[in-house]
Design a protein around this ligand. Structure first.
Ligand SMILES: O=C(O)CCC(=O)C(=O)O
Length: 233
């Protein structure tokens, strides 16, 4: 997949980019099956109960599922080609499955994936959607250009933010989000589980940086490595 100059300009300016039909139906179904396989066989929630409680984040997260699944591994490698067009000195960081299970009111609060101190353009989320989303299941909320605004303000985890939009991805779509762009997922009220598969790439400038361990929420910042809140960033 080669991005056009307009797409590259758009992602730098807006902090996100939607690529419809990044994958064909057959490959998308294969990825969906791979995700379900990992989720069923490998229960591996990555945060503590305190994390979920303090940030209103209730969903299941699976770290680095590509390690245990060749379909997801191949897909992450393939995405690196697209990532390399956005980040000149691209490095793989990690992969993630977000599982918003039906019937449990799962959602993801407003957040930034890394510390705002790294600045925009150094960390990108490549969010792949293996199903059609809907209002009931929950789309992806994001605030265009917020990757340029510094740290997410404190407030309600799911409050409406000025300038926010909501995107409803279809099966096979890829949404690329700068890690500093404010984003969130509403409650899954559908009868169907909601999945996303995310591959994260970073610039050489932040490889090994402590900033990668920090996430900003509207209820405060969190150190994923230490699994505790941080008050000084
Ligand atoms: O599942 C989604 O649509 C978004 C996932 C997300 O916010 C993240 O991985 O940082």
């Amino acid at each position: 997949m080669f991005l056009t100059d307009d797409e590259l300009k758009f992602i730098r300016k807006e902090g996100f980019l939607v690529l419809n039909q990044f994958k064909e139906v057959k490959a998308t179904l294969e990825i969906l099956e791979a995700i379900k396989h990992v989720v069923v066989n490998e229960i591996q929630a990555h945060n503590t109960a305190e994390f979920y409680e303090s940030h209103g984040a209730i969903n299941f997260t699976f770290d680095n599922p590509h390690i245990m699944n060749s379909v997801l591994n191949d897909f992450s490698k393939e995405i690196k080609i697209t990532a390399g067009e956005i980040i000149p000195s691209v490095h793989f960081h990690m992969s993630l499955i977000q599982h918003n299970k039906a019937g449990l009111k799962h959602s993801i609060p407003w957040h930034q994936d890394i510390s705002y101190t790294v600045g925009p353009g150094n960390f990108y989320n490549f969010l792949f959607y293996p199903q059609n989303s809907s209002k009931k299941m929950g789309g992806l909320r994001l605030v265009p250009k917020s990757h340029l605004l510094g740290k997410l303000s404190l407030g309600g985890s799911h409050d409406e933010l000025i300038g926010e939009i909501i995107v409803y991805p279809k099966a096979g779509d890829l949404i690329i989000v700068d890690g500093l762009t404010f984003h969130a997922v509403p409650v899954n009220n559908a009868k169907q589980d909601r999945y996303s598969f995310c591959t994260r790439f970073i610039s050489s400038k932040i490889v090994g940086s402590k900033a990668l361990d920090i996430g900003h929420y509207r209820t405060g910042s969190y150190d994923y490595a230490k699994k505790e809140p941080v008050n000084h960033v």
